[in-house]
Design a protein around this ligand. Structure first.
Ligand SMILES: O=c1ccn([C@@H]2O[C@H](COP(=O)(O)OP(=O)(O)O[C@H]3O[C@H](CO)[C@@H](O)[C@H](O)[C@H]3O)[C@@H](O)[C@H]2O)c(=O)[nH]1
Ligand SMILES: [Mn+2]
Length: 690
């Protein structure tokens, strides 16, 4: 690779100035501490259980706020300069990149979606002979395979079309959903005609796949599909099919396309997505062994065809080369309402926390839209050169018994794998071996190497492991945004997804790979460690939050108080104003009302806490209104503070309030309401039966 160490860097990390934000955050913290101090002092005069509980909750909030501030304190953004990259490397010197797509169920993840993901990847603006797309199908579905075979035929038209006209959106269904192109004065008649032809071809592809999916899948299949005969989703041997091979290593041809359904047996744990990713890592290691890997979920599409170049700006930069293990692109969703009532777009996260992380040791790995350095995945620390020279025996212990794979791993670790392999079908036998379900036993896969097992959020723990070895990561946000995808469109799916993540993060929190150990015994920076806790405490935070939300109702019902009196109340009020002023999105959404229109419910228990809190506040307010409160004890009666909190909580639960009266999926199911009502009844009974 040409030297040009003296040329300009191909990426820069820029500090984002945000003095006002810091001031506001600090004022918030000071107010919180003042409140805690005030409580401590007043405990010497009067101590009540409710005030003590409030004190505990507020202490949790203060600790959490310190973690949040630490994460946000030094925000940064990354800027990439592809034109400078080309001062360093010529097009022929660009490294190969392996592209991984995972799909697991052709019913939940319809093949046409996966096909769009794959087509958008095949059409990346990058030399086609340097790309190989590996699709892992955990559903072992002949339908998915069929769809990919058909897609590869369509790709022969689609990819040249995209490149010829420099189409931005290269997932056909997104491209064809925007017909404004046809009326635009900028588009040539030739383009419009080809666009319509292409749309027609795509619709044919869609019809073929739909027709095939309507037919029942017979047990016995022939021809290309014979391998799928008598298979069950969780009981079958490995199926690897090279759907397209770019035999001539032609830059204008299509990238390689390989279908993989790893071996599964009922008695063998398959480790979900992490297991699938590890098989892809091994098979690709044998076939192309690219030093960089991009992975996307099957519901994500390329939105910026130049994204590989942007990522390489970071990886190939002399500084990035030494320190960056992975480059994460944000997740953005094209579907869903503008004001995002379900919070899927994670506005707070990417806008505040995301740039904060970029200013420390880098963002966490989010599972999709991420580029990895292969040797970092193989466990190599950034500054260790011994690891790359392990003996064959050591390598086999780590990477398993396939000699061919061990050789490829050694090459990858030494950074020798820059020449693309032109005969990817050759190592098919070895590929079958490494995709077997027993291959990993006794090796470091899933523990030290590649995607780490043991958490439902394999992504976060995998990234954490690399940070713990001393690597950095970068968040790259080129214009236009690199990938878009579909977010869950209803509240139940969104809530259960978030519940799964929260549980996965808690698994990491309580495991021996917990961030604090990575800081104590590894190279995870302290503030990066706090950043991880910011994520992992998301679930735990609900405990003080629920407790705090119950307090106002409890105080009103029992005519006691938890809000401070006198100056303390002013501190609490100031805190409330400051905190709410800081929340993003104020003003550009039309508020609670639009939430209510779109918030949907089902019978899932995830809706019980929200409903219960709402009903509890309503009950308390009715008791207050009807004057059913018991007489106060020693001047500690519930006052304006408690009343305000209770009303505020009703406003916070607005979508639930509408849900009480909504119909169909917009209404909270009677069973959920009954459960919540029973809980409220028990609670009121408990409060008043003293
Ligand atoms: O046994 C499995 C289960 C899932 N998947 C694939 O993994 C991806 C993510 O799974 P999904 O069920 O869609 O989870 P999400 O919550 O939508 O995914 C987010 O959260 C996951 C866990 O943190 C990350 O791995 C994902 O990349 C991230 O997008 C999808 O492509 C699936 O096809 C498999 O390949 N095998
Ligand atoms: Mn998903």
């Amino acid at each position: 690779m040409a030297n040009l160490h003296n040329s300009l860097p191909s990426y820069e990390r820029l500090r984002v100035k945000h003095h006002l934000q810091r001031v506001m955050d600090s004022v918030n913290l000071i107010l919180l501490l003042l409140l805690l101090g005030h409580r401590l002092i007043s405990f010497t005069n009067s101590y009540t259980f409710t005030c003590f509980l409030a004190f505990l909750c507020e202490t949790c909030f203060a600790v959490y706020w310190i973690i949040v501030i630490s994460t946000k304190w030094t925000p940064a953004s990354t800027k990439t300069y592809p034109e400078r990259l080309f001062q360093r490397v010529s097009e022929s010197e660009l490294p190969p990149v392996d592209l991984f797509v995972t799909t697991a169920d052709h019913e939940l993840e319809p093949p046409i979606i996966t096909v769009n993901t794959v087509l958008s990847l095949l059409a990346l603006d990058y030399p086609a002979n340097k790309l190989a797309c590996y699709v892992s199908d955990d559903g072992c579905s002949p339908l998915t395979f069929y769809a990919l075979v058909e897609a590869s035929k369509f790709a022969k038209l689609w990819v040249p079309f995209c490149k010829k006209y420099n189409v931005q959106t290269r997932a056909p269904f997104r491209c064809f959903s925007d017909t404004s192109i046809l009326n635009s004065a900028d588009s040539s008649p030739e383009f419009k005609q080809e666009w319509l032809q292409m749309k027609d071809e795509y619709e044919q592809l869609g019809r073929k796949i739909a027709a095939r999916s309507q037919k029942p899948i017979p047990n016995e299949l022939d021809g290309e599909f014979a391998a799928f005969s008598n298979t069950e989703r969780r009981n079958h041997s490995t199926i690897i099919k090279v759907i397209w091979e770019n035999k001539e290593s032609d830059t204008d041809d299509l990238p390689h396309l390989i279908y993989i359904s790893r071996e599964k047996r009922p008695k063998h744990p398959h480790h979900f997505k992490a297991g699938a990713m590890n098989v892809l890592t091994r098979v690709s290691g044998l076939m192309t062994n690219a030093p960089f890997i991009l992975n996307v979920d099957c519901d994500m599409f390329v939105n910026n065809p130049k994204i590989v170049l942007h990522a390489l700006c970071i990886f190939l930069d002399p500084k990035g080369e030494k320190e960056v293990a992975f480059v994460q692109c944000p997740q953005k969703f094209y579907n869903g309402p503008k004001d995002d009532p379900l919070g899927n777009q994670f506005v707070v996260f990417y806008k505040y926390i995301g740039s904060g992380m970029a200013g420390i040791q880098g963002p966490f790995y989010g599972g999709t839209n991420c580029f990895h350095r292969r040797k970092a995945l193989y466990g190599l620390p950034p500054d260790d050169f011994k690891y790359g020279k392990l003996s064959d025996k050591d390598l086999m212990q780590k990477f398993g018994s396939s000699l061919a794979f061990v050789e490829s791993a050694a090459e990858a670790l030494e950074g020798k794998s820059y020449s693309p392999n032109n005969n990817i079908s050759k190592p098919l036998e070895a590929a079958n071996q490494v995709a077997g379900c027993g291959y990993e036993s006794g090796t470091a896969w899933g523990e030290q190497v590649a995607w780490i097992y043991g958490s439902a959020t394999e992504d976060v723990i995998t990234g954490l492991k690399m940070h713990a070895r001393g690597w950095r990561s970068e968040l790259t946000t080129p214009e236009p945004i690199a990938f878009t995808g579909c977010a869950p469109i209803d509240a139940p799916t969104s809530m259960s997804q978030q519940k799964r993540w929260t549980l996965g993060w808690l698994e990491i929190f309580f495991s021996k790979g917990s961030p604090i150990f990575c800081t104590l015994f590894g190279k995870l920076q302290f503030r990066e460690c706090l950043m991880y806790y910011c994520l992992m405490c998301w679930g735990l935070r609900s405990v003080p939050e629920i407790c705090y939300a119950v307090l106002p109702a409890y105080c009103i019902i029992t005519n006691s108080n938890f809000m401070p009196k006198g100056i303390g109340l002013w501190v609490a009020a100031a805190l409330y104003v400051m905190y709410n002023k800081e929340q993003p999105g104020d003003g550009d959404s039309d508020g609670a009302d639009s939430d209510a229109v779109r918030f949907t419910f089902d019978k899932s228990p995830v809706f019980v806490p929200g409903t219960t809190i709402l009903l509890l506040q309503l009950t308390a307010l009715v008791i207050k209104l009807l004057g059913l409160q018991p007489p106060p004890q020693t001047g500690n009666e519930a006052g304006m503070g408690e009343l305000f909190c209770s009303i505020y909580l009703v406003v916070c639960c607005w979508p639930f309030l509408k849900g009480l009266f909504g119909k169909g999926k917009y209404g909270i199911p009677i069973s959920t309401i009954s459960k919540s009502a029973a809980l409220v009844f028990l609670f009121v009974h408990f409060c008043t039966s003293k």
